[in-house]
Design a protein around this ligand. Structure first.
Ligand code: ATP
Length: 445
């Protein structure tokens, strides 16, 4: 292994271990030995996941007049997936190693003739492997009752295009966004949550006149880059744009936003100009004309689609990988040299806990708990009174809490508290009446 790979592997191991220890992410069905490619989000993980979803939804739907929301079913009419091409084409070429029995995606093997696991050249002939997950709907389990779990959240958006447009009186150009689960029978789930078999997507399909397609593509590309820079605080060396050279036959342009995951560069989001393909296909297969009539110009056309599609699980993994830090720190106890402070430098907007309220002593419980209850109305907050104050700070550092508020004996007299910053460990005295404004300003900075 190259030195970088060792470091990456170490970082990945540390993140997986922290996620388990502190309740971010657990293997699904762990007491049964786990289930490859499936993950449960624990108490802090589910809070962080929801925070990312809310941020994306706020950015893409709530603050825009021309994007509407949708929450469709996971299972839809099987013909949807025929029309989208998934039943016939959504497959990967795979090969099995006869020696170590590992299964690989051929397009991801550095050398397609050699097993990346054991180096053997004894590989089976590559075979097509469809990634759609199947189920049955109704009491009879035969071919006629097969249905599929959605492989992406965008197809129901196309199917509901007219219903949403009519219900909201939107005119093209406008978009429809959805957050939800997607399922893919990945041949080789790996890299923690990066390649899972059940995952969450956040997708937006923007319908426009083909003449304006490239302009809207550039617009959404820029919007999404700004979101990563300004909201998730990605620095320029943390993400890059990959321009697709080989495009699907219907596509006009496509880029991926790639980030430095703990294991190396990988795709986080795709922004794609999909032409008229999606609505045309669903018109053809359903017999419903999904073309748009532009009353202002007395013209009928099939809208062009610009798509932004990001994985929630990958967003969280990218954030955790970038946030993980170990710092040598002086211990609280004299006589010991130093120890290691583990911290997650998460952006406050997506940290699972934004504010921890800690009483200096259990004797101050009543006041501190009351303050926590007030803070909880405005922030994701937590109360902790167990252990020394130093230990409690460390616990919060490890889950990425940007601000710890300590209520001490002086607070009884000066009606102020000490706010400690996770990254600098600097402490500031803040009046309780100003606390909410003070924290809001820092969190939204
Ligand atoms: P990849 O090439 O990595 O398989 P993809 O190009 O097939 O990804 P899309 O179909 O464009 O992915 O899906 C949009 C987004 O959904 C991806 O950018 C990624 O963030 C997320 N995603 C896709 N597959 C998975 C998966 N197996 N596990 C977790 N997230 C995924």
């Amino acid at each position: 292994m190259a030195e970088d790979d060792v470091k990456n592997q170490e970082l990945m191991d540390k993140i997986v271990s922290l996620c388990k220890r502190r309740g971010f992410v657990f293997p699904s069905s762990e007491i049964y030995g786990g289930f490859n490619g499936f993950w449960d989000y624990g108490p802090y993980g589910s809070r962080m996941k929801r925070a990312i979803e809310n941020l994306w939804w706020h950015e893409m739907v709530e603050t825009r007049d021309n994007v509407e929301g949708l929450d469709s079913t996971v299972i839809c009419h099987p013909t949807v997936w025929k029309a989208s091409g998934h039943i016939d084409q959504f497959s990967d070429l795979m090969t099995d190693c006869k020696k170590c029995k590992a299964r690989h995606r051929v397009d991801q093997m550095p050398d397609p003739n050699v097993c990346p696991n054991c180096g053997s050249t004894e590989l089976t002939e590559p075979r097509e492997f469809n990634l759609m997950m199947k189920t049955f709907v109704g009491p009879v389990f035969d071919d006629e009752h097969v249905a599929y779990l959605r492989a992406e959240t965008c197809q129901p958006i196309f199917v509901d295009f007219h219903s949403v447009r009519i219900a909201t009186r939107q005119k093209v150009p406008f978009g429809i966004a959805q957050i939800g689960k997607a399922f893919r029978n990945e041949i080789n789930p790996r890299n923690f949550t990066f390649r899972s078999r059940e995952f969450t997507q956040m997708e937006m399909e923007f319908f426009c006149d083909g003449e304006e397609g490239m302009e809207w593509f550039e617009y959404w590309k820029e919007q999404r880059i700004n979101y990563y820079r300004n909201k998730l605080k990605f620095s320029d060396d943390f993400f890059r744009i990959y321009e697709h050279e080989k495009l699907a036959h219907y596509a006009k342009a496509a880029i991926d936003i790639e980030v430095k995951f703990p294991f190396g560069w990988g795709e986080l989001e795709g922004v794609h100009h999909r032409g008229q393909w999606d609505l045309s296909q669903h018109s053809k297969f359903s017999g419903e004309d999904l073309a748009y009539f532009d009353h202002d110009n007395n013209r009928k056309f099939m809208p062009t689609v610009i798509e932004t599609s990001v994985g929630l699980d990958r967003t969280m993994l990218a954030l955790l990988g970038r946030a993980y830090k170990e710092e040598k720190a002086a211990t609280q106890k004299e006589g010991m040299d130093e120890d290691v402070r583990i911290l997650l430098q998460l952006p406050p907007l997506v940290a699972p806990i934004q504010v921890a309220v800690l009483p200096q002593s259990k004797k101050l419980k009543e006041n501190a708990y009351g303050l926590y209850k007030t803070m909880e109305r405005y922030f994701r907050a937590e109360y902790d009174e167990t252990g020394s104050i130093g230990k409690r700070y460390r616990r919060q550092d490890e889950i990425g809490t940007p601000f710890c508020v300590t209520f001490d004996f002086d607070s009884l007299n000066d009606n102020a508290v000490t706010v400690r910053d996770r990254d600098t460990m600097a402490q500031e005295r803040v009046g309780i009446t100003q606390l909410r404004d003070y924290l809001e300003e820092k969190i939204n900075a």
